[in-house]
Design a protein around this ligand. Structure first.
Ligand code: ANZ
Ligand code: ZN
Length: 847
């Protein structure tokens, strides 16, 4: 009987749905295991083939854990607020709620078609008022603890989306989403004080089982640096404070730089102290037009203006130094001012060369450095020179000594700084959680009483953001006008909404108790399921979602809501699934390649012609899937043609899990054939009890390998081992019942539909999904016996099994005892007997 995957897959998906096979309940008799994948944004495009890579990988882990006796929670939901839906709704004049419902329905049916063992009874949706009630509740708690505050800030404003973006959403000066230029604007915004958790967000990484890349990226993003603040007196009478990580180099400071936004500039200007105000103002205006990215580009030519009329005094040697303004100093880091040490800092060196400023060496390496050519920046080998009481010290020792001197003389102090900024939490858009705050002219900002949550989005039809960047909600005065929770007088609601990152910052908690009307989740559920045992998701979320949710979770821990200080015990990340670039030379059919080479004269010229025609992209054979390249693979089509089990198997077999991999339709066929072979094997039953001796070691090894590989997300090598096993079964004429059962058990997490069907066909009444995972014995993993050939005069007469470490005389004796061999040598004289270790016995006969 041929394998009818359509029928089988539909059948089992229905069984799992009807039986709630993967529904989890609190059960203290079993160890719990909480597996989590990032819930998708239900876009109009539907599921991408990239989604199943992560979902299937953890599905395999979850399925195996169930079979190992764990109580497994593997949930799914929808991160459904956000701009694309709103933009779509705007364009088509439909309420985003309707668009969302439609997209969710499609995503859900697509996911169900993949046979993922999600507990659909725990499905959540961030746009559901019963859900966002708690998102708003968390905001109120943050507000009450002083961690949410309103501030006039210079924000990133996307000219395309007409919305304020977080720093994390600006990539290379353009909007991460739409690619439009991002400009600076001053706006009053709600901010979340994530910086209050900066130290803990770094320090607590220590105990987590996160892949190194994630830890490193989070640390770098938070950017903790240790240094000092140093005060310089100025001729204007006030003190200019700088932040430096190289206090040891203070004797080498030959000038100072302030950022174009530094507050002293206006002060000195207003006091008439600056003798070149026009040049200063012109430079400030110029800088305001540039993005932070443009300003900090390392290899850009340094620019700046010297402030005529004010100078500073280096506190350690009393020398006068000039002060410049330059855009290479950022207003938002440290104190917005630096002491420049051109001998030992590359940016300062370039600036000093351009403006003809002195370069004073204060750190010397083992060899003399040529400061005409470059700054000497090596801290490990340097020794202090020209630095009074620091001379002869190493950089590290000199820093310590300088810190002590600064504290003693009152000229400064040690200081820790972070790159991390507070989180801009307001968005001027409709499709997000309303921020539950009310403005009263008398009482100021007032939090909405918790009893009034959820604060629902009003049903409106005009979602266009205001031209001035106001939220569309601002136009709806009937919603905006309210009464003050404090004095009962007239008041106005906040009209900004939360960013998309809000709902996903705590969703893993809601899965634990998704329908609870009185709390985020019950204490019992939180105590039982926390923390998430294994979380897999994209690297692109490392400094956004992953950091934000750790922050919220730590806050919830501090106020006693959750029992663990970290949300996720383990974090892994999958590589992207890429597509083949149809324009790349490599991906042309052989005939076309030949034709191109003939037309252009050489392969190099042919490649150049493709680049000419299609742009630089044509140089890359493997690229992101995109509509414009027409290389997008729709998972529905793959399921339709090959079935879900094949898609799952293929996505796991495609390459090392953490690496990007190109989609390759021809290797899907190989996965399909593999499953067909296993199906066909069900009709090649071999008589016999248990596992045959010839296969025993392989069976034990396969159980061990597949189990260990699943635990390490090495599904590809687990599948390879299963292929070896299946080949061995074919080589041995088929499978005994026991041998086949092991195969189905081990393959079940990968291809759950087919294996469950075959399991049932074998007469099992239980579900393979919960059948105990097979055990292996370490000692039996090594081959005890081996098969060798027996030749008579070079012709194979038999195959026999002997002990793996058999000695030649015993091997030869066993060979002669074999009936077919005995017959072949009967009546003849054996002239030579040879045993080739592990391979064969050859008998040479005469007569
Ligand atoms: C003097 C010095 C001498 C410096 C030297 C470096 C090398 P991280 O590690 O990133 O914290 N700096 C301080 N504030 C700045 C700002 N707002 N914009 C641009 N640069 C700023 O780097 C700290 C160093 O970056 C500080 O140490 C300061 O330059 C510069 F041989 O001070 B240093
Ligand atoms: Zn009031």
């Amino acid at each position: 009987m041929k394998y009818d995957f359509k029928k089988v897959e539909a059948k089992w998906q229905k069984v799992w749905e009807d039986e709630h096979t993967f529904h989890a309940e609190i059960d203290h008799s079993k160890p719990k295991f909480y597996a989590l994948v990032e819930f998708p944004y239900p876009s109009a495009a539907g599921l991408h083939v990239g989604h199943p890579r992560s979902y299937t990988a953890l599905d395999i882990v979850a399925r195996k854990k169930r079979q190992c006796g764990c109580n497994v929670l593997y949930p799914m939901g929808w991160d459904a607020f956000g701009l694309p839906t709103e933009n779509y709704a705007l364009k088509n004049h439909i309420n985003p709620e309707i668009v969302t419902a439609k997209n969710v329905a499609r995503f859900k049916s697509q996911l169900k078609a993949l046979g993922l063992s999600f507990d659909w009874d725990r499905e959540i949706n961030t746009t559901d008022p019963d859900y966002y009630k708690w998102t708003q509740w968390i905001f109120l708690q943050l507000y009450k603890k002083g961690l949410a505050y309103k501030k006039e800030t210079n924000v990133n404003y996307c000219t395309g989306c007409k919305v304020v973006l977080a720093n994390e959403e600006v990539v290379n000066g353009v909007c991460e989403r739409c690619g439009s230029p991002v400009v600076h604007k001053v706006k009053s915004q709600w901010m979340l004080r994530i910086t209050a958790y900066a130290d803990r967000l770094i320090d607590d990484l220590e105990d987590l089982d996160f892949i190194d890349r994630v830890k490193t990226q989070q640390k770098n993003w938070i950017g903790r640096s240790h240094g000092a603040e140093i005060n310089f007196a100025t001729t204007a009478g006030d003190t200019l404070t700088v932040y430096t990580t190289r206090a040891d180099t203070l004797f080498g400071c030959t000038y100072m730089v302030v950022s174009p936004e530094h507050a002293y500039l206006k002060k000195w200007m207003d006091a008439g102290l600056i003798r070149n105000p026009d040049a200063v103002t012109a430079y400030q205006e110029d800088a305001a037009r540039k993005s932070e990215f443009e300003r900090t580009e390392l290899n850009k030519e340094k620019t700046g203006v010297r402030i005529e009329g004010v100078e500073a005094v280096n506190p350690v040697n009393g020398k006068r130094v000039p002060i410049f303004l330059s855009d290479y100093v950022l207003a938002t880091y440290g104190t917005g001012a630096i002491m420049a040490v051109p001998a030992h800092d590359t940016r300062d060196w370039e600036f000093a060369r351009k403006f003809g400023l002195p370069v004073v060496e204060v750190v010397r390496g083992r060899q003399a450095s040529d400061l005409e050519k470059a700054a000497f920046t090596d801290v490990a080998t340097g020794t202090l020179v020209n630095s009074g009481f620091l001379d002869g010290l190493s950089v590290e020792d000199a820093k310590e000594k300088m810190y002590a001197w600064l504290e003693e003389t009152g000229n400064g102090h040690k200081q820790v700084n972070f790159k991390l900024r507070d989180w801009v939490f307001s968005r001027q858009r409709y499709w997000g959680e309303p921020i539950p705050m009310v403005w009263c002219d008398k009482c100021g900002w007032q939090p909405l009483p918790e009893s009034e949550l959820p604060l629902r989005l009003p049903e409106i039809t005009d979602f266009e953001p205001g031209e001035d960047g106001e939220s569309p909600l601002a136009r709806h005065t009937e919603w905006v006008n309210t009464t003050c929770p404090c004095c009962g007088g007239p008041a106005r609601r906040e009209t900004d909404t939360m960013p998309q990152w809000a709902g996903s910052s705590w969703y893993f908690l809601r899965y634990m108790d998704p329908h609870n009307p009185d709390a985020i989740a019950s204490k019992e559920a939180l105590d039982y399921w926390s923390p998430v045992d294994w979380y897999n998701g994209g690297m692109e979320h490392t400094t956004l979602h992953l950091l934000y949710s750790r922050f919220w979770h730590k806050f919830l821990y501090d106020i006693g809501v959750v029992p663990t200080k970290e949300p996720y015990a383990k974090r892994t990340s999958h590589g992207m699934i890429l597509g083949l670039n149809p324009h790349a030379f490599e991906n042309q059919p052989a005939a076309e390649q030949k034709r191109l080479v003939a037309e252009h004269g050489s392969e190099a010229a042919a490649r150049a012609a493709l680049v000419e025609k299609y742009g630089e992209m044509a140089e890359h054979p493997i690229v992101k899937m995109s509509k414009s390249l027409g290389n997008v693979v729709n998972p529905d089509d793959v399921v339709e043609e090959y079935g879900a089990d094949t898609l799952r198997l293929y996505e796991m077999f495609i390459g090392d899990f953490e690496k990007a991999a190109p989609w390759n339709t021809s290797s899907i066929k190989g996965c399909k054939r593999f499953l067909d072979r296993i199906w066909a094997l069900s009709e090649k039953q071999v008589e016999g009890e248990g596992v045959r001796p010839a296969l025993e070691a392989l069976v034990h090894r396969t159980i061990k390998k597949v189990g260990e590989d699943i635990d390490e997300l090495k599904a590809n090598t687990a599948i390879a081992q299963l292929m070896i096993y299946v080949n061995a079964l074919y080589d041995n004429g088929g499978a005994t019942r026991a041998e086949y059962e092991v195969l189905l058990q081990l393959l079940n997490p990968f291809a759950p539909h087919m294996t469950e069907e075959l399991w049932e066909q074998m007469g099992h009444a239980d579900r393979l999904a919960y059948h105990p995972w097979p055990a292996y014995e370490e000692a039996k993993c090594v081959e005890q016996t081996i098969e060798i050939a027996v030749q008579v005069n070079g012709k194979v007469r038999a195959r026999i099994r002997v002990a793996a470490d058999v000695e030649a005389p015993d091997a030869i004796a066993a060979a002669k005892a074999e009936p077919a061999v005995a017959e072949a040598v009967a009546g003849k004289t054996i002239v030579k007997e040879i045993y080739v270790k592990g391979k064969l016995v050859n008998l040479a006969v005469k007569g």
